[in-house]
Ligand binder design. Structure first.
Ligand SMILES: Cc1ncc(COP(=O)(O)O)c(C=O)c1O
Length: 370
């Protein structure tokens, strides 16, 4: 991480620790010394080793765990195979990641189904109210519910346990977009009991980029297949996903090194550090610009929002991001519920001084805040 930056956007893309990159390079060297030996002979066994470690980390049955390049591919894999028909309904929320929303829109348009977007207002009132806002959109025509584990635009931690439990009672399949969840929250997929969960290892586990998991409940494993068909498609769930053509698998193979890296401080300590730093940082910045962060009440973790003090147009929001970037402060301006927000992320490489830099920059510039 460039020490000149106040880098408060781990949520979009974060830095990978040097020892993890070194492990990826070691694997790459091994691959290049004997590409056939590595890719054709060793890879299946290596992937099974990674699968065992990632499954243990997510408390998931390894039989249901496969790998994808990123959460976008994970959600698309499920949504593209949802078998929707005219009159069917799909439910999501107004926190849904734009790329996933685009996938849903394409899917319903192609099938004649309908998309129901549940509004979840900020500040979020509480777990039960958030769950109810989503669940109130279910009908007997609902064929799929797609909800974030942690939302991108808001950092909101959805009460996925309550949502999944209720969907199961109604027989509605649930896809959880866990792009931010692994590493930020203690994930227990065994207890959660969702139909599908996908999440990045390259965000809050800090593994190299293009490493992500897709977990699938037993009843879908015989039919769900990757978007790209290759040799193993007829051989079962794992073989179908393990090889989708030649690619560099070393990001994925370095995931255990990232898990080990954070095992040393301990995952609980890392989470507590990041959550508390994000909370303090949000208070500090909000205090300086005269607003207050929405109360979290267990619905926020290492990404927090600070409302901007007055409305900004889309182009002014992007101009504000660029102006801050010129001052070497990296932070996204997000939009939700008709308002613009600074979305602040905290990771081990951040300190409160990064948030001070942001607060100082907002106070100093020509900035659109006054
Ligand atoms: C909620 C959510 N879903 C999906 C994604 C897509 O992740 P990726 O770009 O790694 O596919 C993101 C990225 O930030 C996200 O925040």
């Amino acid at each position: 991480m460039d020490p000149a930056l106040a880098y408060l956007n781990h949520g979009s893309f974060g830095a990978t620790p040097v020892p993890v990159l070194a492990e990826q390079q070691r694997l790459r060297t091994a691959m290049e010394r004997n590409p056939v030996g590595f890719l054709a002979h060793r890879l299946p066994e290596l992937l099974d080793g990674v699968r065992a470690e990632v499954a243990a980390f997510l408390r998931a049955d390894p039989a249901g765990l496969v790998f994808v390049d990123n959460a976008t591919t994970g959600t698309q894999t499920v949504i593209a195979q949802a078998r929707l028909g005219p009159g069917d309904e799909v439910v999501t929320t107004d926190h849904c990641y734009p790329a996933v929303l685009a996938q849903l829109r394409r899917s319903v348009e192609a099938s004649g189904a309908r998309l129901e977007v549940a509004e979840v207002a900020l500040p979020a009132p509480g777990r039960a109210e958030v769950a109810e806002a989503v669940l109130s959109r279910l009908t007997e025509r609902t064929r799929l519910l797609v909800v974030d584990h942690v939302a991108s635009c808001s950092g909101l931690v959805f009460p996925v346990e309550e949502i999944v439990a209720e969907c199961r009672r109604h027989g509605v399949p649930v896809l959880i977009d866990g792009a931010h969840a692994a590493g930020m929250l203690p994930v227990d997929l065994g207890r959660l009991g969702a139909d599908f969960w996908t999440g990045n290892m390259h965000k809050w586990v800090c593994a190299p980029k293009a490493s992500a998991a897709l977990w699938v409940a037993p009843r879908w494993r015989d039919t769900l297949r990757p978007l790209v068909t290759s040799h193993g498609v007829a051989d079962g769930f794992w073989p179908a996903f393990d090889w989708t053509g030649t690619r560099d698998p070393t990001a994925l193979l370095a995931v255990p090194a990232a898990l080990d890296f954070f095992d040393r401080p301990g995952w609980t300590a890392v989470r507590e550090h990041n959550n508390e730093l994000a909370r303090q940082g949000a208070e500090l910045v909000a205090d300086r610009i005269g607003t207050s962060p929405p109360p979290a009440d267990g619905l926020a973790a290492a990404m927090r929002l600070v409302p901007l003090p007055r409305p900004l147009s889309e182009s002014d929001a992007r101009a504000l991001e660029r102006r801050l970037l010129d001052l070497r402060v990296v932070v996204p301006v997000t939009y939700h519920g008709g308002w613009r927000w600074l979305r602040l992320s905290a990771q081990l490489y951040n300190t409160l001084s990064d948030f001070e830099r942001l607060a100082d920059s907002l106070g100093a510039g020509p900035v659109y805040l006054r």
